[in-house]
Write a protein that binds this ligand. Structure first.
Ligand code: NAD
Length: 325
């Protein structure tokens, strides 16, 4: 007999899933992916020819966590004018034993928090322990989540930031101030010269950071490139850095590595799944001088992992709604 369908709205997700919860869930699923216990299904993403929207599905199955489902949604560029975020998504969780729909979970907050958890996991495992300056490239919706999650991983003292639209930077500055971190708007070159850890989270289609601007020992999390054609950093940076990814198949096709791979300067074999570092089968950073680069393309299993936490926590705290389907 079915227990019915659990509904967990956006506000409840924000209440019951913390950045630390997302970190734990995302770290575990990256580890499961590297062991072959969890896999993502092929992604569908289509320009629907209406409202300039991109719509699609990201799905997968985590046998270890018993999580099966799909995130459906996409990007509606006109939403900002309507007071809505441009990214819209909903997560559907199914019972892997019966195929029945178990939960319907708002996906907007969870997308931001699971994306921030991804770079945050990479910082935890790959950045130098003595990192003091965090460089932020990008100042849109995701950037404040990224900054908050990164700040939990190292004793940062300062944030240096650059954005192609400088008028967006004060919002990021306000979050830095709230976190007790000094904040400075800088040029791209200055950002590279100062930062020990860099997060890129823009919608760029050309390199914003060049290889020669990055100092030895830096960890870079490239988070904005999630589609063919997008690009945030110089491909030479990927050729010279030690490259890690959430999922290699996505990294080389729609992630930041796509450009270095397409020009034959980088191969799949030179990219390590971050899960291997999490599982201890790869040592991760090998010296204080090494530049490490994480290509965080965003996989469906991250969404399912945090949605599963949201469903479990909302139910146990009596905050979810149940209906018969
Ligand atoms: P947003 O629209 O709120 O902000 C866009 C950011 O990109 C701003 O910093 C803006 O100044 C900059 N930008 C816009 N057009 C640009 C251009 N042509 N060149 C360079 N920079 C440009 O978007 P957001 O929600 O903050 O998302 C930022 C990026 O992250 C998007 O590309 C989105 O697809 C990607 N994203 C990735 C994941 C993942 O898992 N990897 C998850 C969510 C979003």
């Amino acid at each position: 007999m079915s227990k019915g369908l659990l509904i967990v709205g956006e506000d409840i997700c924000a209440e019951v899933v913390s950045s630390a919860d997302a970190f734990t869930a995302v770290e575990a699923v990256f580890g499961a992916m590297a062991k072959g216990d969890a896999y993502n299904f092929p992604v569908i993403r289509e320009a629907i020819g209406y409202a300039d929207a991109l719509y699609g599905f990201k799905s997968g199955f985590d046998k270890a966590g018993k999580t099966l489902g799909v995130k459906s949604g996409g990007y509606w560029p006109g939403n900002m004018d309507k007071g809505l975020t441009n990214h819209q998504s909903t997560i559907f969780l199914f019972d892997p034993d019966t195929g029945m729909l178990e939960a319907l979970v708002g996906g907007n907050y969870l997308t931001a928090v699971r994306t921030a958890a991804s770079s945050s996991v990479s910082i935890a495992h790959l950045a130098r322990k003595d990192a003091k300056v965090l460089g932020m490239v990008g100042a849109g919706h995701q950037s404040t989540f990224q900054l908050r999650a990164a700040a939990e991983q190292r004793d940062f003292e300062k944030v240096v930031a650059w954005n192609p639209h400088p008028d967006m930077l004060p919002r990021l500055g306000a979050v830095a101030e709230e976190l007790g971190l000094a904040f400075e708007a800088v040029t791209q070159e200055e950002l590279g010269a100062q930062a020990d850890v860099i997060i890129t989270i823009t919608s760029a289609f050309e390199p914003l950071l060049m290889k020669d601007w990055i100092k030895p020992g830096t960890h870079i999390a490239c988070m904005g490139t999630d589609t063919k054609g997008k690009q945030e950093v110089d491909p030479e940076l990927l050729v010279s850095a030690t490259v890690f990814a959430d999922e290699i198949a996505q990294s080389v096709t729609i992630g930041e590595a796509q450009h270095a791979v397409a020009s034959g300067r980088l191969s799949d074999a030179e990219i390590t799944p971050i899960g291997a570092v999490i599982n201890g089968t790869h040592a991760g950073r090998s010296s204080d001088q090494q530049i490490t680069l994480f290509d965080g393309t965003g996989v469906g299993l991250q969404d399912l992992a945090v949605a599963s936490v949201a469903a479990r926590e909302a139910e146990s705290r009596g905050k979810a709604t149940r209906i018969a389907l």
